[in-house]
Design a protein around this ligand. Structure first.
Ligand SMILES: [Zn+2]
Length: 187
């Protein structure tokens, strides 16, 4: 799916350089998925590409962890013609709010924009299951773990990539004399 990464680069959703991440780590890449989904046409086609993997599963509902998963989750739900709900953090805990309810055994697909460690997908799944949902699969546009992240259910990604991160004192880009910068602080 090289054309997806090309689209990410064209929209500055994927940057190449030497970045200081909010975690304090350095990386040669920076990903901001929201920029790739600004045009409904693009969100719609990525949503359809994800949905095409799940047409046999008779999914009842697509759910996403807010905020990152909202646009692509909605697009997948639209492509599958099923309802869309989301979980969100309340005092740090991923929760099903806003009056959303689940029927016992309801088959749910969890959709995120990017999976890095799988943490927010796992938290979203836990919140849905504690409300009676049956999460049968998960999906994302990008898998930054290159297939490694385990979310406890089968999952797919449109693009798998390995984004290296480095401690500042062992960063090869720093060793080459370059200075890391925060994404967005220079072009
Ligand atoms: Zn560095």
């Amino acid at each position: 799916m090289d054309h997806i990464l090309e689209h990410f680069r064209q929209t500055d959703a994927l940057l190449d350089g030497h970045f200081l991440l909010s975690s304090g780590l350095h990386s040669p890449n920076y990903l901001q998925c929201a920029l790739a989904l600004q045009e409904p046409y693009d969100a719609e086609r990525f949503g359809r590409a994800i949905a095409d993997n799940f047409r046999e599963l008779e999914i009842h509902t697509v759910a996403s962890p807010a905020i990152g998963g909202l646009v692509i989750g909605f697009a997948v739900a639209q492509a599958l013609d099923v309802r869309f709900i989301w979980t969100e953090r309340q005092e740090g805990v991923m929760t099903l709010r806003r009056g959303f309810t689940l029927k016992p055994g309801e088959k749910i697909l969890v959709v995120e924009d990017v999976i890095t460690t799988g943490g927010s997908t796992r938290e979203c799944i836990a919140a849905l299951e504690s409300n009676g949902g049956n999460v049968v699969a998960a999906a994302s546009i990008i898998d930054r773990s290159n297939g490694v992240a385990d979310v406890g259910v089968p999952r797919i990604a449109l693009v798998k990539m390995d984004v290296p991160t480095y401690q500042p004192d062992s960063c090869p880009l720093c060793a080459g004399g370059d200075v890391a910068y925060k994404p967005g602080s220079r072009k």
